[in-house]
Design a protein around this ligand. Structure first.
Ligand SMILES: Cc1cc2nc3c(=O)[nH]c(=O)nc-3n(C[C@H](O)[C@H](O)[C@H](O)COP(=O)(O)OP(=O)(O)OC[C@H]3O[C@@H](n4cnc5c(N)ncnc54)[C@H](O)[C@@H]3O)c2cc1C
Length: 510
């Protein structure tokens, strides 16, 4: 299998090695379906889910499409590496049939029987460990579900009605605008302060750890609105979000689905692509858009769909320049700078174990996912932004190891043998500069529609400003699909106008 330069693994015998094997790498990295000098119908920038779906929808509808991607692989913030027969999801992982756009892709490409589940029962350490400061308590998973659900509900129940009416339709964008504006002013810390008195020390720590895991930063930097939206997406129930968004994943991995979308687009004969090709500048002259890459190549198209993430947007030059609101939004960016780390523990015992802990030693959660083919326990672990007091840098593998071991039951900490660590440093990755999107206070109402707005012939499609499952894989698929449709409609409109000019002389209504 080919190695991507992304990601790293650490083992006791070999130490740290950069780069990971994945089916996502595209070899050879370039392919031209038409001469480079031709004007393309569309250039799509970025081969994450948004860019792949947009490219597929355009190519299958006959558009000459060029896909430009900075990395050596498909998938952007979602890809899997395969080591010793086990698929490690390095970024976006869990998807569900209650995520309608991605489920459509899963079923379209015949992966509807390809599910596996994280956190399976039957392991020896089949319980949950809550770490509250220096205190620890092991409890049954039933008690875990009860506590985690209860505190999450208390946090989200800001209107006393579980948002069942004020945010009834999770995907609708025009509900309760006054309430949304009011809640958008609050950080997660503000909201926590409102209910703090109602919680025991353990409940407080379980809730804080859950929230930090969700937003990857300190609670004062995290806007309340994203958590409320997730509650609504989780069907307004205490465990809904967890059941939908942290449970089921593809056995064959996200990169398998990327491959199928990509190969479908290629099979049309309409798709050209260039990987390892970072875009530097996008210049819209009105009738044609010129895209210039870092190595000085230029391509032209009638429309561009730009899918670069929010935290990367300001590194691309635009002419005419982006309007002030878009630029401000890009500069403020998503606050989620979490670390996601895989750790394999020797032996099968930790298959069913889970934990949350604050302040921790750099990680706030760890839980059993599955067993590797060698029968070792594979844990997935999360910790906040390394720049916050609770975070740690991925450069220090020993610190990462200790931070995860700190969440294990105290009496077991000395006996575990760590076989492997696998991770990718998304925060120091110039093409993501963070992980899944989590917006700060006062952002959504001010900037969301600006981010969604086209800029001349350039459309913007990223999970970071989708509706619905914003910040998730589903949001990326949704907005990629919508952008492709908009391009189809816009280009059809131009054709219609040209036809009118030819038949009538002067077009009406433009
Ligand atoms: C650690 C982690 C865990 C996550 N867990 C989940 C989860 O369990 N479930 C879930 O639903 N979601 C999860 N997400 C979120 C999900 O992965 C993202 O929301 C989604 O993949 C974003 O897709 P996208 O296409 O909008 O952006 P991206 O995937 O970021 O795609 C944008 C592409 O643009 C490219 N690019 C950037 N700059 C340039 C440039 N200058 N020139 C050319 N190309 C460029 C990038 O390399 C990238 O390939 C997670 C994300 C991370 C990082």
């Amino acid at each position: 299998m080919v190695y991507s330069t992304d990601g790293f693994t650490w083992t006791p015998s070999a130490g740290r090695r950069e780069g990971l094997p994945t089916i996502g790498v595209v070899v050879p990295p370039t392919h031209s379906a038409q001469p480079q000098d031709d004007i393309q119908d569309v250039i799509v920038i970025g081969a994450g889910y948004a860019g792949l779906v947009a490219s597929r929808d355009l190519a299958t509808q006959g558009k000459k499409t060029l896909l430009l991607e900075a990395r050596d692989r498909l998938g952007g913030r979602t890809w899997h590496a395969t080591i010793n027969g086990f698929n490690y999801e390095m970024g976006g992982t869990w998807i569900h049939w209650h995520m309608p756009h991605i489920y459509r892709e899963v079923s379209l490409y015949g992966l509807h029987n390809d599910w596996v589940v994280t956190q399976n029962p039957g392991g020896k350490e089949d319980y949950f460990t809550a770490t509250t400061g220096s205190e620890q308590r092991n409890m049954s998973h039933d008690e875990e579900v009860d506590i985690c659900g209860r505190v999450f509900r208390a946090f989200c129940n800001i209107d006393g009605d579980d948002l069942r009416h004020s945010w009834k339709y999770a995907f609708r964008t025009d509900q309760s605008p006054e309430l949304m504006a009011e809640w958008d002013k609050l950080s997660c810390k503000d909201r926590l302060d409102q209910i703090r008195d109602q919680l025991s020390a353990e409940e407080l720590s379980v809730l804080e750890a859950q929230l930090v895991q969700m937003g990857g930063n300190s609670l004062d930097k995290m806007g309340l609105l994203d958590t409320l939206r997730w509650w609504s997406l989780g069907s307004h129930t205490p465990t809904g979000l967890n059941d939908i968004a942290l449970h089921t994943r593809l056995r064959s991995g996200n990169s398998e689905l990327h491959r199928r979308i990509f190969e479908h687009a290629l099979s049309t004969g309409n798709l050209s692509y260039s990987f390892k090709t970072p875009v530097q500048r996008i210049e819209d002259a009105g009738n044609v858009v010129t895209v210039t890459t870092r190595d000085g190549q230029t391509w032209k198209a009638r429309s561009v769909i730009c899918t670069v993430p929010l935290n990367v947007l300001s590194s691309v030059e635009f002419s005419p320049p982006l309007p002030a609101d878009k630029l401000e939004a890009a500069q403020q960016g998503s606050v989620n700078k979490c670390n996601k780390v895989h750790m394999d523990i020797n032996g099968p015992d930790y298959l069913s174990w889970g934990s949350l802990g604050i302040p921790g030693k750099g990680m706030v959660s760890a839980f059993g996912d599955r067993l590797t083919p060698a029968d070792n326990s594979h844990l997935v672990c999360f910790g906040p932004d390394p720049k916050t007091p609770l975070g740690i840098s991925l450069d220090d593998v020993q610190a990462v190891k200790s931070a995860i071991i700190h969440l294990l039951p105290k009496e077991k900490q000395n006996e575990v043998i760590v076989n492997r660590i696998v991770s990718h440093d998304w925060n120091n990755d110039e093409f993501s500069k963070g992980t899944w999107c989590y917006l700060p206070p006062n952002f959504t109402t001010k900037y969301l529609s600006a981010l969604q707005r086209p800029h001349g012939n350039i459309l913007f499609a990223s999970a970071d400003w989708s509706d619905g499952w914003r910040g998730w894989i589903d949001g990326a698929v949704q907005i990629g699909m919508q952008a492709a449709r908009q391009v189809m409609l816009r280009q059809q409109k131009v054709v219609d106008v040209k036809k009118k000019v030819l038949t009538n002389g002067i077009p009406n209504g433009i």
